[in-house]
Every structure is written in C-alpha cells, then in structure tokens.
Design a protein. Structure first.
Length: 574
C-alpha cells in the first residue's frame, strides 16, 4: 500500500475530549473517529488491526471446534422475557418498537438467541457437545461511555456458547475455552492475568476474566504469588475474625442528636470504627435485608448479588429505612428492631470480632452501646460480604494456614468466560434426549471477548511518548518503507525494488511515498506504531538501508542482499 493513496487522517494535536492514552492515540493515528458518545467509526488503519485480532480469535475458536454463525442484532422481546432479562437488563438495553407495535431490543449479548436455536434444532446427546460463536456488534447503553472504544455503546465482540450433555463435559470444555483465551492473549502480545470474577448480569456458576495489566484500567485485581488472582469485586475475604476476649458490658442507650455518619459516631464515642456495627438496609430483588458489617469495612454489592442469587441490590431509600427501622437514616441497628417478619438480618464475618459494639438504636437521635451478638441481637446468617482492603490476606494461602498479604494491580477486562450450567436452558426449557431417551437440560458455557476493547487495551499497555508500539501480530502493516527523497531517481528505484520484493515475500508494507520531510515521515511512522521501519536514502545506497524496530531506539544498517531474511526474522515469519 502506498501512503499517498491510503486514507489515514493523522492529527498533530491531541484531541481535547479524550480521557486515556489509547483513545488519544487511536484518534491521532487516524484509526477511528467519534460520531457520538460511545459510538465510533473505524477507518482503514483501525479496521486492519480489528481484522487481525478477529482472525487470531477465529483461529483459536476453530481449534476448539467452534462453529461460526451470524446472529441478528434486532431481537424480539419475547425471548428476553423467557429468561426475565427484558426486565433485569434495565436501562443498558436499547429498546425499540416496530410499526406493528412489537417490542425489540438491540442485542447486548446473545444467550437467549443461541439457546432458542439449539432447543429447536438439537435433539439428541449424539449432537453434543456443540459450540457456536460469532463476531458482531453489541449494543449497550452504558451509564458512562468513556475511554474511547474501550467502554462504547456500540462495540465489536466475539461471543461463543457451548452446549453439553454432562457436567463433566461442560467442565472439561470450560478449561479448553480458558486455554484458548490464554492463547489469544499470548498471540496478541500483551501482559495479562486470568482472574476469578463475579458473573454479573450474564449469571451462572463461576467465571473468569482476562485482564490486560494497565495502570489506567477500570478494574482492580488482587493476587498472590501462590497463583490466586481475582477481580476485587470477587476477592474472597475469609472468615478469620474471632471475638475479642473482654467482659461483656450491659447495653446502654445514648442520646446522640444529629450524630449519623461513622465519622460523627467515632468522634462522639471517642472510639474507632472497629467497634461499630454498621447497619445498612438494602433491597435485594425488592426484599428488605439488613446487612451488618464492621464500621471500618465497606459492603461489596457484587458479593451480595452472588450470595443471595439476586440480580438487583440497592440501598433502601430513606422512606423505606424509616418504615423498617422506625428511625431516619443514620440510626438503624440490629437491636430492638420493630417487628418485621420479612426482614432478614445478614452479617459479614467481620461482625464476629465486634464485642461491646455500637449501633443505631432504631430511634431518632439515639445509639446503643455494648451490643453483643446472640445476647442482644440475632443474625439469620453470616457471609462474606465485604470489599477487600489493602492489608487483607490471600484466601487460598489462608486455607493452608499461611498468612500472606494480597498484592494489587489495575487491569482492563478484555475477555470473560462463564460456566453457565443450566441457567438459560432451564428458564427456556431447552432439552435434549440422552442415551436412555430421557429429556435433560443442556449444560452451557459462554465465552465473550471484546475485539474492539482488546485494541484499546493493547495500546494502553504498549505505547511511548511518540505513539503506539504494535506487535507484528496486530500491526496494521508489518513494515513501513520510507524513502528520504522519493523524487530522487536512484532512491525511488531502490525503494520500489525493496517494496516489490517484500510484497512478494508476503510482508505487509506501507510505502511512505509522500512528498514530505523525512522528520514528518518518521513521526507518523512512530505514531501509527509500525513494528519495522526501513529507510532508503542516497547516503547508504547503493547497497545498504537503515533498519529500525519501533520497540527499540537504535538503528542499524542492513545490506540489501540480507534485507529479506532480516525482515522475516524480525517478524518471526517462516
Ligand atoms: P464490563 O464489566 O467492563 O462492563 P462486562 O462484564 O459487561 O464488561 P461481558 O458482558 O462479559 O462484559 O462482555 C464480554 C467482553 O465484551 C468484555 O470482556 C469486554 O472486552 C467487552 N465489552 C463489554 N462491554 C463493553 C463496552 N461497553 N465497550 C467495549 N467493549 C465491551
Ligand atoms: Mg458491562
């Protein structure tokens, strides 16, 4: 490809409304343009990278017997109602109505659609296992579209769904899919971690995320040298707490006018939050729960969703709190709660350590002190409900009686694998006949990877002040060929010969034939991140050219006779 003919509108200036390095570089290099919030146009340079990532993923999916399909984007409400997700998906779902007043949505993910196909077309265990995948646009009306294509409202994803006759087969296949995801990440050439994850709106038994390590990442990862790694949404906080050995004091009601926050209570009682029983009223799928947690910890709502198999967990509004506790916000507690048959009181493990604790008295402007579990209040269950904090220990090492502190990094989630079990086959009555002619529910897995997000995540990790640093596997072109002066007859002749030779060798070459100064050409080459730069100039001709890797600072001279081999070696081509 000759650059003079290639549509690559690079920008010198840094666009002002960008929030990450990758979004700046994708705009500046002319890979994408923004149409509207979270909606992007992919220009030729960007699309070339997208197609490379797509092909790597396709090859790895085919190796694990995936069969490619193409599913619609416009999806009828009825299917989504079968699983209840028409309601659950909430505002993230783009909804629309056709001329006959039927409701549709723009697909954010395709579990319902593929399960519908399989329940209609796959009847026998003999047709299993089966895995189907597709590449396609997904629509999600994200609350905060940001970071360029990384959190867009319209984005490009590969989603895959597998169907199995037995748990064992589903489990084995899940591992194969995870291995395929590792290969995809390895081939793309970024540093990443596979972590345990919360399953969110997709649901299912357990899931793993693939995180590209980058400081700007939205996700936090907690990990340990033992191999444990998890999204901090999911990081287990084991049941380590023991009650302090101290005498139990009598309960005392204390007048605490306008003392509502943990800080106010601490100052008033002149004590640390480790002695507080923080009491929060939640609505869990609409049902009231009181969650107790030690005053120095925070509730992890993703854990609540998993523990209570709920899809919606929100703090109750002030009116509900007042109705349940009899007091305004800030004075709730587990002691002497008004009679309420539907309220469940659940405590985080940390509450086990609180002796002679302080909580709201369920009475305006009053707290109680010296509260003790069992003696003064009961909880229906203990669970791990808290957010992990910096000094927490590794839950796996703890099982081996070792106390090792967790380490923390930031990451960008690029892929997510889910062991779904029968979540969708059950609600959609998707069954097959087993060897005995008995009907069974399909056991499912699903595996998503954000093709467009991978590209931004890669750039986030692999850049320098001059621009992007592509790995040969993802680069839009493998080689950029720069003649210092293409108007000089000898330079032009040598450049064209090199260009033709490399093209014949199967190398993807971009020839910068523009009538620009060498400095400008070098700057653009660095910005768009082509892994190999070959500069042709009268100073080194007739037999040598300058050779430079984008990832290294130094240049070297290469004999024309060795060039072809040298290029192949650097690109790791056979
Ligand atoms: P997140 O927690 O970042 O919102 P998710 O859990 O909603 O992600 P999945 O439903 O598992 O994402 O989707 C699979 C993959 O699709 C993600 O791993 C990510 O790479 C990509 N993806 C999800 N949402 C977006 C988005 N808004 N823009 C671009 N890519 C996305
Ligand atoms: Mg999401």
């Amino acid at each position: 490809m000759k650059l003079s003919k290639f549509f690559m509108p690079t920008l010198r200036e840094v666009p002002s409304d960008t929030d990450t390095i990758s979004s700046k570089l994708m705009l500046r290099s002319g890979m994408v343009r923004k149409l509207s919030s979270g909606i992007y146009e992919w220009l030729p340079l960007g699309l070339k990278v997208l197609k490379k990532v797509e092909q790597i993923i396709r090859e790895e999916m085919n190796k694990i017997n995936g069969q490619e399909v193409w599913l619609p984007l416009l999806l009828p409400k009825e299917l989504w109602e079968e699983t209840g997700r028409w309601g659950i998906y909430g505002k993230e779902l783009f909804r629309l109505r056709d001329r006959k007043d039927s409701d549709f949505c723009l697909g954010p993910t395709h579990e319902e659609i593929i399960t519908d196909i399989v329940r209609k077309e796959v009847r026998s265990y003999k047709q299993l296992p089966a895995m189907f995948y597709q590449f396609g646009i997904k629509f999600r009306d994200e609350i905060r579209p940001r970071f360029g294509v990384m959190r867009a409202r319209e984005f490009y994803m590969k989603d895959a769904y597998s169907f199995h006759a037995t748990e064992e087969d589903a489990g084995n296949y899940y591992q194969e899919a995870v291995n395929a995801y590792k290969k995809i990440c390895d081939r793309c050439g970024f540093k990443y971690r596979q972590v345990e994850a919360a399953s969110g709106a997709i649901g299912g038994k357990y899931s793993h995320e693939f995180m590209v390590l980058a400081e700007s990442g939205e996700e936090e990862i907690a990990w340990c040298d033992c191999g444990y790694a998890s999204n901090t949404e999911k990081t287990e906080c084991p049941d380590t707490e023991k009650p302090k050995e101290t005498a139990l004091l009598p309960v005392e009601e204390v007048h605490t006018p306008k003392i509502r926050t943990i800080e106010d209570v601490g100052a008033f009682f002149k004590t640390s939050p480790v002695n507080f029983i923080k009491s929060l009223v939640y609505l869990v799928d609409g049902n009231p729960f009181m969650v107790l947690i030690r005053g120095d910890y925070e509730v992890n709502e993703a854990k609540m969703k998993e523990v209570f198999s709920a899809s919606d967990v929100v703090l109750a509004d002030p009116a509900t709190i007042e109705k349940i506790t009899g007091a305004p916000v800030g004075f709730a507690g587990p002691y002497k709660l008004p009679e309420n048959k539907t309220l469940r009181i659940v405590a985080d493990y940390s509450i086990k350590s609180v002796v002679n604790g302080i909580a709201g008295a369920n009475k305006t402007d009053y707290h109680v002190k010296n509260l003790n579990i069992d003696r003064d209040y009961k909880v229906s269950e203990f669970a791990d409900l808290r957010k992990v904090i910096k000094n927490d220990i590794c839950p796996r090492c703890f099982q081996q009686n070792k106390k090792i502190n967790l380490q923390f990094s930031r990451g960008i989630e690029v892929g997510h694998t889910f062991k779904l079990g029968t979540k969708y086959s059950k609600s959609m009555h998707a069954t097959f006949l087993d060897a005995q002619g008995k009907e069974n529910l399909f056991i499912m897995g699903c595996y998503g990877i954000g093709v467009s997000r991978i590209i931004a995540a890669y750039i986030e990790q692999m850049n320098d002040p001059n621009g992007i640093i592509w790995s040969p596997a993802l680069a839009p072109f493998e080689v950029i060929l720069i003649p210092i002066d293409y108007n000089d007859e000898k330079t032009k002749q040598a450049t064209d010969e090199i260009y033709n030779k490399l093209i014949n060798d199967g190398v993807e070459v971009l020839l910068d034939d523009r009538d620009e100064r060498a400095g400008v050409k070098f700057k653009d080459a660095d910005l768009i991140g082509i892994p190999l730069r070959i500069t042709v100039g009268s100073r080194n001709l007739p037999d040598k050219v300058e050779f430079k890797l984008r990832s290294e600072a130094n240049t070297s001279l290469v004999m024309l006779s060795d060039l072809s081999e040298k290029v192949k070696t650097c690109l790791k081509m056979n």
